[in-house]
Design a protein around this ligand. Structure first.
Ligand code: ADP
Ligand code: MG
Length: 582
């Protein structure tokens, strides 16, 4: 743990002694809200999925334990029920809604948030709009946690534990998968990450944290009513996560503290200024929200952490290598494309194209803009299903297979427009490539039981960075690298998957001459090491000196195939490619 975290924990432990009863009560609300906001940091800030319905999940946890306690059972059993219910229901809601794209997902969270809210207010066994009172306090070894200070230690211990687990999780295989979700799923899926499952996992984790908060709320407040769980409260939780810094787990605590204390101050202040202060409170918070969105979109934590000394990256220890797949003997057929066809409405983007690729070869697929190269690329890598033909990879029929399955068979790809996670380090981006070669799940990551495997993944990532000449940049944020280096970083990420075949889409696009030369040298070196490469490229000069064989496409069809010299001399190719100028 970082010294600053230990210092923070010690300071927190002394807070009730100085804060007084009222201050401690406020701090308890900070802690309970921070649990919900922590879930939203993971879900929204890190995973990019917005939920407005989180307050309803808190209510689910609170009502579960309140109801069970009213039957005379221990609050600890109530905790189990609260977690089972929030975990189960968020899993169901997630399974039903997480495939929705765009604005539909946030909208659906409002819908089920409202539905649960009305359920709380109308069920007779939950006290309808009056809520439930006389909820018993939590007991530990016969000692009832009645005073705010006693509750404080329970709340903040649980919060501390959850912060630690979440920090561990984000720094693990599954955490990297969560961090890869933002900005489209194509990249993650191409690395073998089941993005739907990862979204579901974060959604349930956020649900469990909200459920835990609800359980605490019920036994600390000792009464609950539906108003605490409506959608406006859900928006406030989201605001806390955003205000603190949606990508940082400590932002949850900071955001919860700022909002809780600000609201308290407003409630003290406003009645002196005007009679009906309720709506003004909402206006003040809305204004704050707009200010944050305008001026500090990253939240407060990035601003605060600039003041702290930068954390020195730990040196990367050597570790045993990850398991490798047996490489095919040079010359064995690897990929075969037969009569591949892709129709977009009336447009035949790929029209019965076929070619073969053998181990150890570099094949160039070239053609003028709009020839259908990228579409062909997408058919091979599983990003798009073909409308006809057959594609075989390592003897397996992969026609219309998902990108994830094709990746698992040993095909790795890069993107025409580089897709890296700019705020993750170069090393972490390459570690994403090892996803299919490692196995640690969410729990193992959160409990730090994955360290041996993590060390292997880290050492492997560094080896691949070294292989492409980026070892020096391992700890830099990927977004800060020049485009040429980002391209090469994508190659390293692809290599980290231990592929049999690497498919690159226009790797030379946008590169300067020196960067192109370096990339060509790298690809030659990889071929010398036995790698098979399929290069989809517009830039004829880049391809000519590099590849063993060329397939030319034009208007969706295969125009020619042969060694570079023959292709260069082919009048049909010159006609199509250079518009007859050459
Ligand atoms: P290239 O990569 O060779 O420049 P593309 O494969 O991107 O060519 O495009 C081939 C043709 O297919 C173009 O006419 C393009 O407009 C069309 N096309 C590509 N993708 C789609 C799509 N998703 N929907 C409709 N048309 C598409
Ligand atoms: Mg293209």
């Amino acid at each position: 743990m970082r010294p600053i975290a230990i210092l923070g924990a010690v300071v927190v432990a002394f807070l009730p002694l100085v804060a007084g009863t009222y201050g401690t009560t406020l701090l308890n609300y900070v802690g309970m809200s921070a649990l919900v906001a922590l879930g939203l940091v993971l879900l929204t800030g890190v995973g990019g999925l917005t939920s407005f319905g989180q307050a309803a999940v808190v209510g689910l946890g609170a009502y579960a334990t309140a109801w069970l306690s009213a039957q005379g059972y221990s609050p600890w059993l109530g905790l189990l029920l609260a977690l089972a219910l929030t975990g189960g229901i968020t899993a169901l809601l997630g399974a039903a809604t997480l495939r929705l794209g765009g604005h539909l997902l946030p909208l659906s969270t409002i819908a089920w948030g409202l539905a649960l809210f009305f359920l709380f207010g109308n069920l007779e066994m939950l006290g309808q709009h009056n809520g439930m009172a006389d909820i018993p306090p939590v007991r530990i070894l016969g000692f009832a946690l009645l005073s705010p200070a006693a509750c404080f230690y329970l709340i903040w211990l649980l919060l501390g534990a959850c912060l630690l687990l979440c920090a561990n999780l984000l720094d693990s295989r599954q955490g990297r998968a969560i961090r890869s979700l933002r900005g489209g799923t194509a990249m993650a899926e191409s690395l073998g990450i089941d993005t739907f499952r990862v979204r579901l996992v974060v959604f349930v984790i956020a649900g469990l944290l909200a459920g835990l908060s609800g359980w605490l709320l019920a036994h600390v407040q000792r009464f609950i009513s539906p108003t605490a769980f409506d959608v406006s409260q859900g928006i406030e939780y989201l605001f806390m996560a955003m205000l603190g810094g949606a990508g940082h787990i400590m932002g949850a605590v900071l955001g919860a503290a700022v909002v809780t204390f600000a609201r308290d101050a407003l409630q003290d202040l406003l009645p002196h200024v005007m009679a009906n202060s309720g709506p003004v409170e909402i206006i003040v918070f809305s204004a704050l929200f707009i200010l944050v969105v305008q001026f500090a979109r990253g939240g407060l934590i990035p601003a605060v952490s600039r003041l702290l000394p930068a954390r020195k990256p730990a040196p990367i220890a050597d570790a045993p290598p990850l398991k490798r797949r047996p490489p095919p003997a040079p010359g064995t057929p690897i990929l075969s494309v037969r009569d591949a066809e892709k129709r977009f409405g009336g447009l035949l983007a790929v029209n019965r194209v076929g070619f073969d690729l053998a181990a150890g070869e570099i094949l160039g697929l070239i053609g003028p803009n709009g020839a259908g190269k990228s579409t062909m690329f997408n058919l091979i890598t599983g990003a798009l299903p073909p409308t006809g033909g057959r594609i075989t990879f390592l003897g397996e029929d992969i026609t219309g297979a998902r990108a994830r399955r094709i990746a698992a068979l040993g095909m790795a790809r890069t993107f025409q427009h580089v897709r890296l996670r700019p705020t993750m380090t170069a090393l972490e981006n390459v570690m994403l490539g090892t996803h299919l070669r490692t196995h640690a799940g969410t729990l193992r990551g959160a409990l730090r039981l994955d360290r041996a495997e993590e060390a292997m993944a880290r050492a492997e990532a560094l080896r691949q960075l070294d292989r492409v000449g980026l070892a020096e940049d391992a700890h830099l944020q990927a977004g800060n690298l020049a485009l040429g280096r980002q391209r090469v970083l994508e190659v390293a990420r692809a290599l980290a998957a231990d592929p049999v075949l690497i498919v690159l889409d226009e790797p030379a696009a946008g590169l300067r001459k020196l960067e192109k030369d370096a990339l060509a040298a790298l690809l030659r070196q990889l071929r010398a090491e036995g790698m098979t490469i399929l290069l989809v490229e517009h830039d004829m000069d880049f391809v000519m000196g590099l590849v063993d064989r060329i397939v030319v496409m034009d208007f969706g069809t295969r125009l020619a195939e042969g060694p570079p010299a023959a292709i260069r001399a082919d009048p049909a190719v010159q006609e199509a490619y250079l518009g007859g100028v050459a």
